[in-house]
Design a protein around this ligand. Structure first.
Ligand SMILES: Cc1cc2nc3c(=O)[nH]c(=O)nc-3n(C[C@H](O)[C@H](O)[C@H](O)COP(=O)(O)OP(=O)(O)OC[C@H]3O[C@@H](n4cnc5c(N)ncnc54)[C@H](O)[C@@H]3O)c2cc1C
Length: 289
C-alpha cells in the first residue's frame, strides 16, 4: 500500500487543460520516489500498465479513458540549489516556480519557461520551449527512473530535438539539473513580466486549450498553414479552431475527445491539400480507442 493517494475510476477531464477525457482505472499520487518505486513494483506484479503525467496541459485523453493507471508526480516538487550555478528541480515542480526560486538567488537565464503551463517533468518530456529555445538547452542532466533504478543521465547521453526527447518506454523523469547564470533579480523580473504579458495578449483564447495543437513544421508556422487552408474558426461539436490563434484548438463547451480528433483530422487533410505539408500533433493523444 502506498503512502500517497490511489483513486479508482478518476475522470481525466479533471486533469487535462482541454477538459476532455474518460476515466483512468487508477490514479496514483505517490508521496516520494520510494513510494513511486513501491507503486511500480505493485503494478508490475499485477500487470497493470501505467502512464506518468504532469498537469495535463499537453494531453488529449480519449473519451473511453485510460485502461491501467495514471501516475501524477505532483508531490515530488522540491527545488534546491545544487551548486553556485545549478538548480535541481523535481518533476512535479512548476516551471514558473523554478524561475522564481532562481531569481531569489540572483540566478537566471531560463525566464522563457515562465509562462509555459505545467511541470518540469512534462516540460522535459516535451522539450517545451518558447522564442526558439527549448528547456533541454538549459538542462545539464536528468534523473530518470529506468527499469526500477534511479540514475542520472547527462544531456550528451540523450537524444533530443524540437519538442522531443527520446527516452526508453517506461522511463520516468524524476528531476532535472538546470544550468543558470548570475542575473540580477530585477532583470529576471522584467523578462518574466514581458513573457507573461505577451502570452496574455497572444494566448488569450477565452476557452480551455492545450496551447499549440500541432508542431511547427521545419521553417514554417503551423498557424499560417492552418489559416491558408481556411481552417480558422472551423468546428466539430464543441471543438473549435480558435479565432484568436489558429494553432489553438479549444473546448468551446461540451467538447469530447472525439470532436478534437475529428477536427484535427480535418485540419491535417486541409493543410495537406493546400500546402502539401503533413502536420504532426504536438499534443500527446492517450487512452483507449
Ligand atoms: C495556454 C497554453 C500555452 C502553452 N504554451 C506553450 C509554449 O509556449 N511552449 C510549449 O512548449 N508548450 C506550451 N504549452 C503546452 C504545455 O504547457 C507544455 O507541453 C508543458 O510542458 C506540459 O506540461 P505538463 O506538466 O502539463 O505535462 P503533461 O501535459 O501532463 O504531459 C506531457 C507529456 O509528458 C509526459 N510526462 C509528464 N511528466 C512526466 C515525467 N515526470 N516523466 C515522464 N514523462 C512525463 C506525459 O506522459 C505526456 O506525454 C502550452 C499550453 C497551454 C494550455
Amino acid at each position: 500500500m502506498i503512502r500517497g493517494i490511489l483513486l479508482k475510476n478518476e475522470p481525466m477531464y479533471l486533469h487535462t487543460s482541454l477538459k476532455v477525457g474518460g476515466p483512468a482505472d487508477l490514479y496514483a499520487v505517490p508521496e516520494d520516489s520510494a513510494d513511486l518505486q513501491l507503486l511500480l513494483r505493485q503494478f508490475a506484479t499485477e500487470n497493470i500498465p501505467w502512464l506518468t503525467i504532469g498537469q495535463g496541459y499537453n494531453l488529449l485523453v480519449r473519451d473511453k479513458g485510460i485502461r491501467g493507471a495514471v501516475i501524477s508526480l505532483e508531490r515530488l516538487s522540491g527545488i534546491t540549489l545544487a551548486d553556485d550555478t545549478h538548480i535541481r528541480a523535481e518533476a512535479g515542480a512548476e516551471n514558473l516556480a523554478v524561475v522564481r526560486f532562481a531569481q531569489e538567488l540572483g540566478l537566471g537565464g531560463i525566464s522563457y519557461i515562465s509562462g509555459i503551463p505545467g511541470t518540469v517533468g512534462g516540460a522535459i518530456r516535451m522539450n517545451a520551449g518558447a522564442y526558439g529555445e527549448g528547456i533541454l538547452e538549459r538542462t545539464e542532466c536528468l534523473t530518470l527512473l529506468r527499469e526500477g533504478k534511479i540514475r542520472d543521465f547527462c544531456m550528451g547521453e540523450l537524444d533530443y530535438g524540437y519538442r522531443q526527447l527520446h527516452l526508453q518506454a517506461g522511463d520516468i523523469v524524476l528531476a532535472a539539473l538546470f544550468r543558470m547564470e548570475q542575473r540580477e533579480a530585477q532583470l529576471t523580473e522584467e523578462e518574466v513580466r514581458k513573457d507573461l504579458a505577451l502570452r496574455r495578449s497572444k494566448h488569450n483564447v477565452g476557452f480551455p486549450s492545450a496551447g499549440s495543437f500541432f508542431k511547427n513544421p521545419a521553417g514554417q508556422a503551423a498557424w499560417r498553414l492552418i489559416d491558408a487552408a481556411g481552417m480558422r474558426g472551423a468546428r466539430v461539436g464543441g471543438a473549435l479552431v480558435s479565432e484568436v490563434h489558429s494553432n489553438f484548438l479549444v473546448n468551446a463547451g461540451g467538447a469530447t475527445a472525439k470532436d478534437f480528433l475529428e477536427l484535427s483530422a480535418i485540419i491535417k487533410n486541409a493543410v495537406f491539400s493546400t500546402s502539401g505539408v503533413t502536420l504532426e500533433e504536438e499534443v500527446r493523444i492517450v487512452g483507449a480507442n
